[in-house]
Design a protein around this ligand. Structure first.
Ligand code: ZN
Length: 45
């Protein structure tokens, strides 16, 4: 599941909450960004 961060209040917003209204439920901002959570950790054996 994709999570976004509000550009204004910097709260995490689950993508499911944005399906109907693409508005931050906390502050009403419409600007989001996707934090880079896909950090690949490679363990060298
Ligand atoms: Zn917000």
């Amino acid at each position: 599941m994709a999570t976004y961060k509000c550009f204004r209040c910097e709260r995490k917003i689950v993508h499911a909450n944005l399906e109907k209204r693409f508005v931050c439920p906390h502050c009403g901002s419409k600007i989001f960004y996707k934090p880079r959570t896909e950090i690949k950790k490679v363990k060298a054996i």
